[in-house]
Design a protein around this ligand. Structure first.
Ligand code: ZN
Length: 367
């Protein structure tokens, strides 16, 4: 990439390029099938930016299973204007059963921001390493007060707590905190929703702007989840994350990112066979469901629906699994830091990944 181009991306609308998403969470009797907390998400990126799944075991502290983003071109994510740290976990579940997933916020640029806010990458690493519960994680974000880049975050834990918080350069807010005694559902897309932070959204990202995909995805997710209330489990969440309502809308109309679609399972395309280098359309490169009660990370490479690509600009998507595969923890026998790849950026499950599957027969097909 030309350096001028890079500067434009860093300084302009691409400043907080990280990951587009739809997130959903549920907990409690009458809401989830078994009353436990579950969170799920789709990870949307240009099709040449992929997620892979790995287990991270820091020396002397608890490990976690999570996804990491990687550029498949000759340029790194940082060179391409991404605000992620090498090794950053983008969705994670730790050995205590604390899980998180997150959606980037398109935040407005003003002078009032807290420029020295801690990085989200540092906070999420501390969360996975040190925290055991949703309450611990909320305390961590509260004591940070702000973070950069901004994210909408869902949290869940093994005792059934579920929370939705927003954290960015203008502060943080806990939108909802549910539990076994106070059941509920949460949803997040790529904008602030809390009264405290809603005015800090970029104008084209606000939920009321029907040109972007935030309202379409959030409303559809809520409609599906309300219809499945009391029957929400890994399989039914997988069906929500495979939904195609609004897929017929033209991805070229989306003002947030060019050629990013409107359905939850996102099939963004310019409807062309060729594409500009490092400017591919955005779509779902993986989907994840975290089940803290079982300490399982369910991962689906590519589109969770498993359908084949329609156009040549939807690269790698022909490898989509079309099912969620459960990955669990295994005892580590070394005192050193270990990072073990479980599923690669090309969609291959490694031998370590096969060993970490709690029960391979339980893979949940949703397509
Ligand atoms: Zn799909």
């Amino acid at each position: 990439m030309q350096s001028k181009d890079l500067e434009r991306r860093r300084g302009g609308e691409m400043k907080h390029r990280a990951m587009g998403c739809f997130l959903i969470g549920v907990t409690g009797p009458g809401f989830s099938t078994h009353g436990d907390a579950l969170i799920g998400s789709v990870s949307d990126d240009p099709y040449d930016v992929r997620t892979f799944l790995r287990a991270v075991k820091p020396a002397g502290s608890q490990g976690h299973i999570g996804t990491e983003l990687v550029s498949t071109t000759e340029h790194t994510l940082v060179e391409r204007g991404y605000f992620v740290d090498p090794g950053e976990t983008t969705r994670g579940l730790n050995e205590s059963g604390l899980a998180f997933t997150c959606a980037m916020i398109f935040e407005k640029e003003t002078a009032e921001r807290t420029l020295d806010a801690p990085s989200f990458s540092d906070l999420s690493r501390k969360m996975m390493t040190n925290c055991k519960t949703v309450v611990d994680a909320i305390d961590l974000f509260r004591s940070a007060g702000a973070c950069t880049p901004p994210f909408s975050v869902l949290l869940a834990d093994a005792r059934g707590d579920l929370a939705h918080l927003e954290a960015g350069t203008f502060g943080m807010n806990v939108n909802h905190h549910y539990s076994q005694q106070n059941p509920g559902m949460v949803y997040a897309v790529n904008c602030y929703l809390s009264q405290k932070l809603v005015n800090y959204n970029a104008a084209n990202a606000v939920i009321q702007n029907t040109q972007n995909n935030n309202l379409a995805r959030r409303q559809r997710g809520e409609q599906l989840a309300q219809g499945l209330r009391g029957k929400l489990d890994v399989a039914s969440l997988g069906r929500i994350l495979s939904d195609h309502a609004n897929r017929e809308r033209d991805p070229m109309d989306n003002p947030l990112l060019e050629a990013w679609g409107y359905s939850i399972c996102n099939h963004g395309t310019r409807r062309q066979e060729t594409y500009p280098h490092e400017n591919l359309p955005w779509g779902t490169v993986s989907a994840e469901i975290m089940q803290p009660s079982e300490k399982l990370f369910w991962y689906a490479y590519g589109w969770a629906c498993g359908q084949p690509p329609e156009y040549g600009d939807q690269i790698y998507q022909e490898k989509s699994w079309g099912k969620f595969v459960p990955f669990g923890f295994r005892a580590s026998d070394s005192g050193n830091e270990e990072i073990t790849v479980l599923a690669t950026a090309g969609g291959e499950i490694t031998p370590a990944g096969l060993r970490s599957q709690a029960d391979r027969k339980r893979a949940t097909r949703v397509g």
